[in-house]
Design a protein around this ligand. Structure first.
Ligand code: SAM
Length: 283
């Protein structure tokens, strides 16, 4: 039988009993508010009997909410001090929680699942973007069903940004060319212990059913070059990418434009055109 989350000891007591004082180096900012955690766990939709990957469960606040929603959670945590606290949580939800001690950046996560998991995480800020780019660059359709991730608000805004806005850049293109991204909820810095310096937001990302087929490495290279010199004209910033200037001309994008004026679909078209370079006639 599933233990109701209310029957569990308060998180602050768990933290005190296991000596889990927050480590800055591990990006530890814990959430304690049960209602907020339940709202985050509800973002992916009905989790009853669904597989979930949680990166960085820490003392297990979000993990509790996911387990209470009926999910089967596989949690990867780097801080060995948290493992006994998570083992206790696993006992309260028999058969629902698997805890792996390790670095989420180094673990082959897809091999841990038999079905496509939802990924739900209050991410450690120092590794959040690297994990996101890894999940977005997976073979498509991806091995995950949806991403529900906490980011610093500024990073969340960069993920969902639209053309011609200050936040629009490489991350927006990578997150939107074959996924749908939205900010599910803002989270005030005071919700965390200890509170970080900046506000946060939960982003929800779902894969598109039939995305355009593009060479991901090339798209990354194009966006890296274009936004790396975002104040420059494309005909200047894209010089370093083979085939890019020619591709601009072939799809009718004016080389005097700047990167932030191109839509996500423009970048996709550019990557496709740069990949299929015209045959040069010699002799
Ligand atoms: N989920 C908890 C919560 O919401 O209260 C803790 C979130 S805290 C922001 C981030 C957690 O990620 C910490 O427990 C930290 O130890 C863990 N962590 C940091 N780097 C990690 C990594 N590379 N792999 C797995 N876990 C990591």
């Amino acid at each position: 039988m599933i233990a109701p989350a209310t029957a569990l000891p308060p998180l602050r007591e768990v933290i005190a009993r296991h000596g889990l004082n927050a480590s800055k180096a591990l990006g530890q900012n814990f959430l304690f508010d049960g209602q907020l955690l339940a709202r985050i766990a509800a973002v992916p939709g009905d989790l009853h009997d669904a597989e979930v990957l949680e990166v960085g469960p820490g003392p297990g606040g979000l993990t509790r909410a996911l387990l209470a929603a009926g999910a089967r959670v596989t949690a990867i945590e780097r801080d060995h001090r948290c493992i006994p606290a998570l083992a206790e949580l696993g006992e309260a939800f028999p058969g629902q929680l698997t805890v792996i001690e390790g670095d989420a950046l180094a673990i082959d996560a897809p091999s841990l699942f038999t079905t496509k998991p939802h990924i739900v995480s209050n991410l450690p800020y120092n590794v959040g973007t690297a994990l996101l780019v890894g999940w977005l660059s997976a073979d498509w359709a991806p091995w995950w069903q949806s991403l529900t991730l906490m980011f610093q608000k500024e990073v969340a805004e960069r993920i969902v940004a639209t053309t011609n806005s200050d936040h629009y850049g490489r991350l927006a293109v990578l997150a939107q060319w074959r996924s749908t991204s939205r900010i599910a909820m803002p989270v005030h810095r005071s919700a965390f212990t200890p509170p970080p310096k900046v506000m946060s937001a939960v982003v929800h990302i779902t894969p598109q059913a039939a995305p355009e087929c593009v060479d991901f490495a090339l798209l990354e290279r194009l966006t890296g070059a274009a936004f790396g010199q975002r104040r420059k004209m494309l005909r200047q910033s894209l010089k370093s990418v083979p085939g890019a200037l020619d591709a601009l001309e072939r799809i009718g994008i004016d080389g005097t434009r700047r990167a932030e004026t191109l839509s996500v679909l423009d970048f996709v078209a550019l990557a496709r055109a740069a990949k299929t370079r015209p045959l040069t006639v010699s002799g």
